[in-house]
Design a protein around this ligand. Structure first.
Ligand SMILES: [Zn+2]
Length: 251
């Protein structure tokens, strides 16, 4: 049997109003995604309210409820204040949270995915290159959930890829060698710098993006390739994509 009260680290992914003064929260935790209730937090007297803002990284104390567990205490670990004050960073965070939400099911335990989410939100709060943080996050997340794109061996024949490869296939799951470039009629052109950036992001830690100085063209090419791959896997665009594109274009 589960204990009646337990403590967990969490990121608030979604919130909605519930009953008279409560909120229903969807939270990411090391033990997976959960739905919980925070009671009375829409009242001005609530001591928990300030600790369960959207995307906050917090420690929660939860009581096991009959249906949903109940937040009884909350302590902020990181409020990501800089991200909150910057619409571009905030929209990147929406997108990162939506990806986590889309690729996970309630209760699927994944400590690596949770750590990746926290590291990504921390980087989105601080990095000079929030867009590249997202690209690195997409590649890392795809690896954890089992959809790592092929960037070193041809997605068709498995041969080691050289700098001559110039074709990316979302359908076939990665880069194609020159011989197999016509295996997918809808494959996308892949420029040398974009190919190198993809490989770099896949092999280097998240923090490595801070030192990168790249043209807008290469950034947007890599964004387009990964977006097409995610679109293929999900069979739809993520809701926050349009919002994110509007914000980035407005800068
Ligand atoms: Zn091949």
């Amino acid at each position: 049997m589960r204990e009646r009260v337990y403590r967990t680290e969490a990121v608030i992914l979604r919130r909605s109003d519930f009953a008279e003064a409560d909120r229903l929260l969807v939270i990411a935790t090391p033990a997976g995604k959960r739905r919980v209730v925070a009671k009375g937090v829409r009242r001005t007297t609530s001591r928990i309210a300030g600790h369960i803002e959207l995307f906050t990284h917090a420690t929660l104390l939860l009581a096991v409820g009959r249906n949903l567990d109940i937040v009884t205490q909350s302590q902020v670990i990181d409020p990501f204040s800089r991200m909150r004050a910057d619409i571009a960073r905030l929209s990147c965070t929406y997108y990162a949270a939506e990806i986590y939400d889309t690729f996970t099911h309630d209760g699927d335990e994944s400590r690596p995915l949770f750590r990746l989410l926290v590291d990504t939100l921390t980087a989105l709060d601080q990095s000079a290159n929030p867009d590249l943080v997202l690209r690195s996050y997409e590649l890392r997340m795809l690896q954890i959930v089992g959809y790592r794109p092929h960037l070193h061996q041809c997605a068709v024949c498995g041969e080691l890829l050289t700098a001559e490869a110039d074709s990316f296939s979302p359908q076939l799951g990665g880069v194609l060698c020159p011989r197999d470039r016509h295996a997918d009629r809808r494959s996308m052109a892949l420029g040398g710098p974009a190919f190198r950036l993809l490989r770099y992001l896949q092999s280097q830690p998240l923090s490595a993006v801070d030192g990168l100085h790249l043209s807008a063209a290469v950034r947007s090419e890599v964004e387009g390739l990964l977006r097409a791959y995610l679109y293929h896997l999900l069979e739809r665009d993520l809701k926050s994509v349009a919002f994110l594109q509007d914000v980035m274009r407005g800068e």
